[in-house]
Design a protein around this ligand. Structure first.
Ligand SMILES: [Zn+2]
Ligand SMILES: [Zn+2]
Length: 413
């Protein structure tokens, strides 16, 4: 009897072990809609370009991605056009057939599935559809959940995590002020809140203030919930209770925005742990990379960064399954900027492009150092970069290369 049980246990153990090899350690792969349901955990690309532009001859929206775990959605950045992509991907609605055609049975509540939103940095090509989320989202369940007992919606604020204030304004590298340029400040009765570098919390308040007339109409006349209760802001580097400290000393963001450091945790729930680290995005501070660790694997988002992060990105991404990394086309930079006069505005912009982003030619080295299984190109600048140029990222790459497309899904298991 004892022997029989031992044999059975051994057999079971072998089966579990073989299953683990067959399924547990599978590489992430690009999946299509029919297969998507068989994956519990997915990376979804919502917007795959970047830059302060609407690029001609491409339909790429600007930087935004989602990690989907079961029914839950976690968003990373919301650049221009990505709000529509979010709806295209997740907004299914409920329809009924009537004799004259299909009619939507109820208001959409697809945003009840969005649990948290993370901003890598506050550049507008990563945030410009955030106002859209705050303004249109309340009509689609933003910051609410359905109570399973009463089937009624209750307020459960969407957690929005992103940069606090930079602390001081950037160095003027373009003679902007000398040429009469205006530096914009926030408006407040409290002198502590007058700043040229508002963080995520003041930015959010500013959006509500700018749209006060319509928001007040929605709540007072149309039965909408309190817009200001639908999100909970957590600032990375902020000073309010509940904010997250950046565990490294940055005395002056005008001299060093990316000191070498260790990854730090910014979010954790029963499905995912999110860690962050500073990356090098020229004068932008803080500019962050994020790592999502799930039961099915791990995904790292580089955010906007040059290739040299003093080892930070490598520390964060080491051994991850997927690295989603930004790229810029060096051929486009050369064509656009040529050889500008030293000290000119064009010269400053060219330097910015070269130092604060990662060339297609340089991204393979970054991915190899991170030892990831898959490199996914996103924040492709310009958005209309020829496919043949993007394929150059695969030269000398020790990982699978995926050239990101809007609404592409990658399964993890
Ligand atoms: Zn960007
Ligand atoms: Zn940026």
């Amino acid at each position: 009897m004892y022997k029989k049980r031992t044999l059975l246990t051994l057999l079971l153990f072998t089966l579990v072990f073989l299953t683990f090899i067959a399924v547990g350690d599978a590489d992430p792969i690009v999946i299509t809609d029919p297969d998507a349901d068989s994956y519990d955990t997915k990376l979804v690309l919502l917007g795959t370009t970047g830059g302060v532009s609407w690029w001609p001859e491409t339909d790429r929206a600007s930087s935004s991605s989602a990690i989907v775990i079961g029914d839950m959605i976690y968003l990373i950045d919301l650049g221009q056009g990505s709000g529509s992509r979010l709806s295209e991907m997740f907004n299914e609605g409920t329809f009924v057939d009537t004799p004259t055609g299909r009619v939507e049975a109820d208001s959409s509540t697809f945003l009840t599935k969005v649990k948290a939103l993370f901003f890598t940095h506050l550049h507008q090509d990563h945030t410009s559809d955030y106002p859209e989320l705050l303004l249109i989202g309340p009509g689609a369940g933003l910051g609410t959940t359905i109570d399973p007992l009463t089937n009624k919606r209750k307020i459960t604020p969407l957690i929005v995590i992103g940069p606090g204030s930079r602390g001081k304004v950037e160095k003027d590298l373009t003679n902007y002020t000398a040429n009469g340029g205006t530096i914009i400040y926030t408006d407040s009765a409290d002198p502590d809140f007058i700043t040229p570098v508002p963080g995520l919390r003041q930015m959010t308040n500013g959006i509500w203030q700018s749209y006060a007339q319509t928001i007040n109409d929605m709540t007072l006349d149309d039965g909408y919930p309190d817009f200001t209760k639908l999100v909970k802001i957590v600032e990375i580097g902020g000073k309010e209770p509940g904010d997250i400290r950046i565990p490294v000393t940055v005395n002056d963001p005008n001299t060093d925005t990316c000191p070498g450091m260790e990854p730090f945790m910014v979010y954790k729930d029963e499905l995912v742990t999110v860690t962050a680290i500073l990356v090098d995005h020229h004068q932008v501070y803080p500019s962050l990379a994020f790592r999502f660790d799930t039961a099915d694997g791990s995904v790292v988002f580089s955010g906007d960064t040059g290739p040299d992060t003093k080892g930070n990105l490598q520390k964060l991404a080491e051994g991850a399954d997927i690295l989603v990394h930004e790229v810029i086309d060096p051929a486009w930079i050369d064509l656009k900027f040529g050889d500008p006069a030293p000290g000119s505005q064009m010269d400053a912009l060219k330097t910015h492009m070269l130092e604060s982003h990662t060339s297609i030619d340089a991204v393979a080295d970054v991915a190899n150092n991170c030892q990831v299984d898959m490199l996914v190109l996103n924040h492709i600048v310009p958005g209309n970069t020829p496919y043949s140029h993007l394929q150059n990222a695969g030269r000398n790459l020790d990982a699978n290369l995926v050239i990101g497309e809007d609404l592409m899904q990658i399964g993890l298991r």
